[in-house]
Design a protein around this ligand. Structure first.
Ligand code: 13P
Ligand code: SF4
Length: 307
């Protein structure tokens, strides 16, 4: 028997209440998923909310490192990843061994890990950051000698804001955001001269330096909602332009690039969410106890420094 989007959403809402499931959805998820979520937001907001939610089961609609973060913060809970194939390629760009080798050469450095890293990699880092909290957190570190992994674009953005820190970078990054070119940014500006350009710091510096605002996914959304301007070019995953168009029907949102699509974030469908609530889908996140203990140090440090 076929189901409409509304019927599927109705069944998800019924089941999540009956089974005490909290649905967390990253802002890059499809609109019909955001509509059934208990919490939506960027990776920082979701990490904080996950730590506080009272539910016995947490369903993360996003990518694997986000579900792992929830498990690290709430090891006693059942944590599900909405679709097992949803990973983040950036999270796996460096091995634990590569970081340990760097630390052996630079024993006094503080290793700052973007939250887009595996739980395993977090065990050898000192503090996590997200795009929304990176500048605030790194600015509070007493040690000026820092290794920032894995995103060299977010890392250079942080380094530019904090010239007093010596921030070493590794050449990782988000393949989706890093593919946007400076020429595309110029062309988008030319096509929409009245529009403000809002970009995610995972974009390359030559794109970021043309922006009117640089921020996390929630930062971009808040900026566009609050702004008196009426036209915006959205320089992050294209779902953000779609969500904003629902939230602000009188404003206009243009895509910086039609290729700004994260296939991992888009892997989850509303049917996946239903199957997870029915107990027949998703993947339960299992992490070794010592990985949780060691990875938790840097997530706790992020939450305490990030406020
Ligand atoms: P946010 O920190 O803005 O949620 O970004 C996460 C992400 O994966 C961006 O590509
Ligand atoms: Fe990872 Fe980039 Fe997708 Fe974000 S947009 S989940 S950083 S691949």
């Amino acid at each position: 028997m076929s189901m409409t989007i509304k019927e599927m959403q109705g069944e998800i809402l019924r089941l999540k209440k009956e089974k005490d499931i909290c649905i967390l959805a990253h802002s890059y998820q499809a609109h019909e998923i955001l509509e059934v979520a208990d919490y939506t937001g960027d990776s920082y907001a979701l990490s904080k909310l996950a730590a506080q939610a009272p539910h016995s089961t947490m369903l993360m609609c996003g990518v694997r490192f986000m579900a792992e973060t929830v498990k690290i913060l709430s090891p006693e809970k059942k944590v599900l990843l909405s679709n097992p194939i949803a990973g983040c390629p950036m999270a796996e760009q460096f091995t634990k061994e590569a970081i340990l080798a760097y630390k052996a050469q630079h024993p006094t450095c503080t290793v700052v890990a973007y939250i887009n890293t595996t739980a395993e990699l977090k065990t050898v880092c000192d503090v996590c950051v997200t795009s929304a909290s990176a500048v605030k957190i790194v600015s509070q570190l007493e040690n000026p000698d820092i290794l920032f992994i894995p995103d060299c674009n977010l890392g250079s953005y942080v380094a530019k804001q904090l010239p007093n820190k010596q921030i070493a970078l590794m050449q990782g990054g988000c393949p989706v955001h890093a593919a946007v070119t400076a020429e595309q940014a110029r062309q988008a500006r030319q096509a929409h001269p009245q529009a403000l350009l809002l970009v995610h710091p995972e974009c390359i510096p030559a794109v970021a330096q043309q922006a009117d605002y640089i921020g996390s996914t929630s930062g971009i959304m808040d900026f566009a909602i609050r702004s008196d301007h009426t036209e915006f070019i959205i320089g992050t995953e294209n779902s953000i332009a779609e969500h904003l168009q629902y939230l602000c029907p009188d404003k206009r949102f243009y895509l910086l690039s039609k290729s700004l699509i994260c296939s991992d974030m888009k892997a989850t469908t509303l049917a996946d969410v239903l199957h997870c609530c029915q107990g027949t889908g998703g993947e339960e996140i299992q992490l070794p106890a010592d990985t949780i203990t060691h990875a938790r140090r840097c997530i706790d440090a992020m939450i305490s420094l990030g406020g």
